[in-house]
Design a protein around this ligand. Structure first.
Ligand SMILES: [Zn+2]
Ligand SMILES: [Zn+2]
Length: 175
């Protein structure tokens, strides 16, 4: 593929959601535009690091220059992308992926704060976060691989037992 720097590839824009994690946002951008993580990295001129970011492997931490370059391709300010990552000094847990089903029912996205080491419960709902499907025990996929938009008409589900993320709230313990 040959591209010149003054031709910007055009992507369908995807609006970020409140508190959304970078992994979930990039997954939506890629699905909407039918492109791979590597293709997106190439368009932004930042190489093959998108797939690592989608797994929350953030060492070395994404630079402002990288986020600005990616932001130009996806049509979102680099600073806004930065907010989809943990703030400086906040420990990050990339495994397991965690979920508040009650939050997901209100806004269908994976929130970055669920992966903070310091966070074990959803303060909004007073519920402990789930780290696996409460019915069958399957761990959640990385958010970039969740189901989005029209694919998620019935909501994202456990990929083994098909329990919906929204219904998982009934199994969350109050803290
Ligand atoms: Zn919640
Ligand atoms: Zn399950």
């Amino acid at each position: 593929m040959t591209t010149t720097n003054d031709i910007k590839p055009w992507l369908f824009r995807v609006e970020p959601m409140e508190g959304e994690s970078l992994s979930h946002f990039l997954g939506r951008v890629r699905q909407r535009n039918h492109i791979s993580a590597n293709a997106l990295g190439q368009m932004a001129g930042i190489g093959a690091i998108i797939a690592r970011w989608e797994r929350f492997h953030l060492i070395p931490f994404p630079s402002d220059a990288d986020l600005t370059a990616l932001g130009e391709v996806v049509g979102v300010d680099g600073e806004k992308l930065r907010l989809m990552l943990p703030p400086q000094g906040e420990g990050m847990q990339f495994d397991p992926i965690r979920l508040c089903g009650a939050c997901y029912g209100e806004l269908p996205c994976h929130k970055i704060e669920w992966q903070f080491k310091s966070v074990w419960m959803c303060e909004r709902h007073g519920l402990k976060l789930l780290s696996k499907c409460p019915k069958c025990g399957k761990k959640f996929k990385i958010p970039a691989l969740w189901e989005f938009g029209e694919c998620a008409a019935e909501g994202t589900r456990c990929d083994r037992c098909r329990l919906s993320f929204v219904d998982m709230k009934d199994n969350q313990k109050s803290s």
